[in-house]
Design a protein around this ligand. Structure first.
Ligand code: MSP
Length: 649
């Protein structure tokens, strides 16, 4: 049976960020989970929402045509999802001519069925949200985004939404699952009960849109066009209706009211379910480009791995509700649950099998109580994932990991191993089998959540088949074949050092932000160059942060200094950088400094420079100084007190 799911199609006036990645990651999780449940094919659509006045304006501000502008950002979305390992089947762009045809067709169907009417509209419009603001007066701000609204008068085509009020209410009543979570359905039901106004679905004061098949210069309102992209993407594939539209809570009304209404009017099947998730907050507010508080997923994936990020998002935030992202919380969760919890269980289990059973999974049924706990855990995970309650499912997996940990400690296999008694050896077999079988089940269940890490553990468990081929019925206890050879344990989740990692993440974030700004047609602000008298020497070629962090700069204190015999320019220094022995540093600063003036002074040392021999001395590093053409070097130092050994970054 097929399963078709979608994410929203993203506006091209912002580059991808963690907020938009959240929904796309989740769609990827669901796709993998549905595949494990046996659905076939499971198809995931995402895409780019390219029309609208906003895009027209952004493009012309950057000196581009809307087509050029939209293409670059749509490619950036595709590149980003690929880099994050998300399995997209269709990336639909609303500027695709195929889509234009589907939109016109749907409009004509609605028109034929009497749901389209020509009229004139004057009202306040929010350009940012691409929506009329009901009840707003000229001068009012948009209640959603807070920006000023514009007064717009247009001769438009209207969609007769008011005619569908009863049918919509009947839909929510008969199919309580149609809008999820329940509290969101209640919001929608009261909105519809409060009365529906007809919806203006064409615009005349805009060019960058899909021309409507009517007289005059009408293009479709961007939301009329955007929603239909879910159908265009799978045209001719026999996949409609969608089984799930995954969206953010801010666009629920469009999906839970307008979209089913358009389809009802066109006599087309309705999607089965619309699920609205909450927002990723940063510093207490929605992460968004306009608020300038976005975090980009690229640096996180590069330095921590997409899997760690995915786990954090679903474990920490109840899907449906808002949740806060922070580097600190992410690193803490990663270290506690992944490096320590799952990572430890995997390495411990595999190394015990290596040590005590030459790498071969022993024959055993496993320990009954753990087997039962495993079956219960599986049932909970399947049920909660089905409800998209991922945090509950993950909680169940981690409680089971604790059960396994406790079981191993209680059984103390390291003691059993030393006991030659056959009963002890049988118990050791049972213990090892139980640990390995528990690990197998946990790993397979985690595949939709952390596909790469799970595949990695899967291979270490000795499976030759891909983890993506596992189906849920294989997760019954006891399916791990005895005699299977496990691999050598290699760490899947290396521990993270919070402080240096956060510095690096922040640095990469700045670089990523600048890169995206260039894509969006914005010129990055020029770096201010000090204009004190002289011009500086040309800069060296650009490096990336990874190049810079290779250089280990440390604070050192000069313990002694003397001239190097036979070399006018060199001083022989002993410098303490907090190691057991002071470093020998040979520095070309004799013309600038009397040796005795340097003793006790704090300096900067390049501490990981390969040692080199100078005048019979091995210099174990380099002292950092400003060197000016034709002038004496000036040592770098500190105005404030700093501890010896501190790293400069
Ligand atoms: N183009 C429309 C959707 C059309 S669907 C037919 C749109 N685009 S958007 O780019 O502004 O937002 C797309 C999705 O990203 C929305 O579901 C929105 O909720 C989600 N998010 C944007 N920022 C977000 C967070 N900070 N947190 C979670 N989701 C967020 O609306």
């Amino acid at each position: 049976m097929k399963y078709y799911l979608t994410t929203p199609i993203y506006y091209v006036n912002a580059a991808p960020h963690l907020g938009t990645a959240y929904c796309t990651f989740t769609a990827d999780l669901i796709k993998r989970f549905k595949t494990m449940q046996g659905f076939e094919p499971v198809v995931l659509t995402t895409g780019s929402d390219e029309h609208s006045r906003n895009v027209e304006r952004a493009a012309s501000a950057g000196g581009k045509t809307p087509e050029e502008y939209a293409r670059v950002i749509a490619e950036e979305f595709q590149r980003q999802w690929k880099q994050l390992g998300i399995q997209i089947d269709h990336f639909i762009r609303t500027s695709d001519p195929r889509h234009h045809a589907v939109v016109r067709d749907l409009f004509l169907r609605c028109q034929k069925n009497g749901y389209i009417e020509k009229g004139s509209y004057t009202g306040q419009y929010c350009v940012n949200d691409e929506a009329y603001v009901n009840d707003a007066q000229p001068g009012d701000n948009c209640p959603d985004c807070g920006r000023p609204t514009e007064t717009v008068t247009e001769d438009n085509y209207f969609f007769k939404l008011s005619l569908l009020q009863d049918r919509l209410l009947e839909l929510y009543e008969k199919q309580p699952d149609f809008v999820q979570p329940d509290y969101r359905r209640n919001e929608i039901v009261s909105f519809v009960k409060s009365g529906l106004r007809d919806l203006s679905i064409t615009r005349t004061n805009l060019k960058w849109g899909i021309p409507a098949p009517v007289e005059g210069n009408h293009v479709f309102y961007v939301w009329f066009d955007a929603l239909i992209s879910y159908m265009t993407a799978v045209e001719g594939e026999n996949l409609w209706p969608a089984d799930l539209h995954l969206i953010g809570k801010d666009i629920l009304r469009f999906h839970a009211v307008y979209w089913p209404a358009f389809l009802m009017a066109a006599d087309l099947p309705l999607p089965k379910k619309v699920f609205a998730h909450g927002w990723i907050l940063n510093d207490g507010v929605k992460m968004s480009k306009s608020r300038g508080n976005v975090v980009r997923p690229g640096p996180l994936a590069d330095l921590i791995g997409a899997d760690g990020l995915r786990y954090f998002l679903w474990r920490e935030i109840t899907f449906g509700q808002d949740g806060t992202f922070s580097y600190d919380a992410l690193i803490q969760r990663y270290n506690a649950d992944l490096a320590n919890g799952l990572g430890n269980l995997a390495s411990r289990t595999l190394s015990m099998i290596q040590q005590y059973r030459k790498g071969e999974v022993p024959a055993s049924d496993g320990f009954g109580q753990v087997a039962e706990a495993s079956d219960n855990m599986c049932a909970t995970v399947i049920e909660t994932f089905e409800q998209l309650n991922f945090s509950r499912g993950l909680e169940a997996i981690w409680s089971f990991i604790s059960v396994l940990d406790r079981f191993i400690v209680e059984r103390a296999p390291w003691k059993l191993n030393k006991n030659a008694d056959p009963a002890a050896q049988t118990m050791l077999d049972e213990t090892l089998y139980t640990a390995a079988e528990g690990l197998r089940i946990v790993t397979a269940l985690l595949y939709p959540v952390m596909p790469d890490a799970a595949e990695n553990i899967w291979k270490q468990l000795g499976f030759l088949t891909r983890i993506s081929a596992v189906r849920l019925p294989e997760l019954h206890w006891g399916k791990l074949p005895a005699g299977q050879n496990v691999g050598q344990p290699t760490p899947v989740f290396p521990r993270l050092e919070a402080a240096p990692l956060i510095v690096k993440l922040e640095e990469l974030e700045v670089i990523e932000k600048a890169r995206q700004a260039v894509l969006m047609g914005k010129t990055p602000e020029p770096e201010p160059v000090a204009q004190v008298g002289k011009s500086i020497t040309p800069l060296s070629p650009e490096i990336v942060i990874d190049d810079f962090v290779k250089v280990d700069l440390r604070v050192g204190r000069v313990l002694s200094a003397e001239k190097v015999k036979g070399a006018d320019k060199l001083l022989h220094l002993k410098v303490d950088i907090g190691e057991l022995e002071p470093r020998t540093i040979v520095a070309g600063i004799a013309a600038a400094y009397q040796p005795e003036t340097l003793v006790g002074r704090k300096v900067v040392i390049v501490a990981n420079l390969a040692p080199r021999k100078l005048r019979g001395l091995t210099s174990q590093g380099m002292i950092v100084a400003a060197s000016l053409e034709g002038e004496l070097p000036v040592l770098a130092g500190f105005l404030e007190d700093v501890p010896v050994g501190a790293r400069l970054k």
